[in-house]
Design a protein around this ligand. Structure first.
Ligand SMILES: C[S@@+](CC[C@H](N)C(=O)[O-])C[C@H]1O[C@@H](n2cnc3c(N)ncnc32)[C@H](O)[C@@H]1O
Length: 244
């Protein structure tokens, strides 16, 4: 199967946006796993004085997790799909959260930043050029800034691969097909199978120049299937502490 990319992927998410929140609500742990990953950023002081980027915010589930993890941070949330953003905007948000219709590749052209932290949940296996986006993030993050990538990235074990395929064939694709989004959910299945394993994505982050890179598994049935990848932009500050 050819994976959906760029414009085609955005259109598929536009269509799926109507049912996205209902479908993800069926996934036990979807929201608590996002919250755990956002908390793993360990933003100090509830995020006071910090500017955080939510890359590929979708309908705002990852934005909500960030807001809970860092209730005092300013958050800019961007997504390539106008439909997903419309769903996000229909929800109540404090004034320090704003949404913009931009691709991950375009954010760097806005001249905004630097950001103190970036959260990218379920984005990276969707982008055409992950190394290009990682390079852009290094210019968007301030030195020592934090990155958390929450992603379907298989452990490399045959058991986790088989479980992912069984869940996709038995649940995710049939449920997504009912709403006319079969192509997107088949893309989900294949994009995960073809994406980096957790060790490979860890190496990709290090190759891009991120430091302190580590992968942490999520809990529950997605252990070995979803990971949080944590990293910093370049050198850490004095005594291993980042500047703020
Ligand atoms: C699976 S959803 C996840 C949304 C949200 N982060 C969450 O955790 O629920 C992936 C989102 O990434 C967006 N996306 C995919 N490729 C993108 C790109 N190149 N730039 C910006 N957004 C992108 C899609 O439009 C979609 O809303």
């Amino acid at each position: 199967m050819t994976l959906l990319r760029d414009h085609d992927l955005a259109r598929a998410f536009d269509h799926a946006s109507h049912t996205y929140d209902r479908l993800t609500a069926l996934n036990p742990g979807y929201r608590t796993d996002l919250l755990r990953s956002a908390r793993r950023l360990q933003l100090p002081g509830g995020g006071a004085g910090l500017h955080v980027l939510d890359l590929g915010c979708g309908t705002g589930a990852s934005t909500r997790a960030l807001l809970r993890a860092a209730p005092r941070a300013r958050i800019t949330a961007v997504d390539a799909s106008a439909g997903m953003l419309r769903r996000a905007l229909a929800k109540p948000w404090p004034a320090r959260v704003r949404f913009r219709h931009l691709t991950a590749e375009e954010v760097v052209t806005t001249g905004e930043g630097p950001y103190d932290a970036v959260f990218a949940a379920y984005l990276f296996r969707n982008v055409t050029d992950p190394d290009g986006v990682l390079a852009a993030l290094r210019t968007l993050l301030r030195p020592g800034g934090r990155l958390a990538v929450h992603e379907y990235s298989l452990s490399g074990s045959a058991a986790h691969h088989a479980l992912w395929t069984a869940v996709c064939r038995g649940l995710i694709i049939p449920a997504g097909s009912i709403t006319g989004d079969g192509a997107l959910y088949r893309h989900l299945w294949h994009s995960v199978v073809r994406f980096d394993t957790a060790p490979a994505f860890t190496a990709r982050l290090a190759d891009a120049g991120f430091t302190g890179v580590r992968a942490a598994p999520v809990a529950g049935w997605q252990t070995g299937i979803v990971h949080t990848f944590l990293a910093r932009n370049g050198a850490a500050g004095p005594q291993g502490e980042e500047a703020r």
